[in-house]
Design a protein around this ligand. Sequence first.
Ligand code: EPU
Length: 417
Amino acid sequence: MQQIHIKGGKELEGTINISGAKNSCVALLPAAILSSDKVTIDNIPEISDVYYLEKIINELGGVITKEEDSFKIDCQNIENVAISEEYSSKLRASYYFMGALLGRFHHVEMYFPGGCNIGLRPINLHLEGFKKLGAKVINKGNKYVIDAERLVGTFINLDFASVGATINILLAAVLAEGETIINNAACEPEIVNVASFLTSMGAKIYGAGTSRIKIKGVTKLHGGFTEVIPDRIEAGTYLIMGALIGKKITINNVIPEHLESLTSKLLESGTKLEIYEDKIVVYKNEVKNPISIRSQVFPGFPTDIGQPMGLYMTQLNGFSNYEETIYENRMQYTKYLNLMGAKMMVNGQKLSIIGPTPLKGAYVTATDLRAGATMVLAGLIADGDTYIDEINHILRGYSGIIEKLSNVGANIEIVEI
Ligand code: EPU
């Protein structure tokens, strides 16, 4: 078994280059199968979610040629076989093969996706969207069989602006007959990235990034190209790290507009930031004003940065508050921070924090991806040694984390036990 071992308390200094966004890339790879010509995707992060998506594309008969972080994907000869549960259960985003295979073949067989245990995470909005486009969904136990004689464009209003449902419906609708409207669509930057990739392949999509997306169906998609946008959650995690323990940390390759809900909270709490066109320089917060945050859909404060931000709040003066509004089960990490010396009180979806509390190293667990990243940051600021279990969660989403942190002076390693 592997663990991350950190010797904490070391001030960090230097530059971190942000990788391509996990949550974009995990939709772009399945989107590639909509074309029977070759497509190219650049800036792919080295994370295990990508590894399993590659496995699924290979299982379907797609061929991927890699050159550094660029993937050329040839899905000319893919066969629409059932996707094995072994791979689909490894990550949430395997569900994007539902929309893509439905779009291209009008038939999909696959199992309920995996992913972090952070709440119930149903996929009813995805399935309702497919049904509205004309598909029949048969669900037996864990398996879904989705079939459509024809896919016909229609008006789809999402009850909640779900990122996954918006992208999945988009994938199914680009090759449908006629016009589809997705109303109350999610506006996250990852959706714009996917829509611009599909557009480069010949799809007709208008309004991606707003709450109303219009898709005019086309009969075929050709080759295309995109670059994965910088990972705003990875960038946010390292910005928070800089605010906690950075002498001077430069976060390179970011789109600062994607991070405004976070940077405004860091500034409000007294962190010094220098924001440039594609990089942000962050210094340790010496002012430590307490803050209140509520997670929201984009452009609100992202749920995915809620856990690292909870840790940050343990180092501010007095009472800070956080409310999680997207997932039911994203507070498991607080018990480990409390073990390290934090004072965090959970009441349902609300979290009250009293700070500042020095942390001491401990044996902790990465209960999910972002909780795992939070344990890494906690280990970096804690006194002594921290050992983190279940690091597979962390490696699912943080490309080169050990190397990136070692380069700014952290004492961090993966150990086999
Ligand atoms: N929801 C439903 N029904 C649906 C779909 C969603 O009730 O059919 C609910 C979910 O249960 C959840 C809320 O709506 O409570 C938000 O779900 P959404 O569909 O927006 O999220 P997702 O597509 O499952 C993606 C990211 C998450 C990120 C959210 C919100 C991927 C693979 N995952 O999930 O990323 O938290 O959007 O921005 O893109 C992470 O990176 O740590 C992570 C969990």
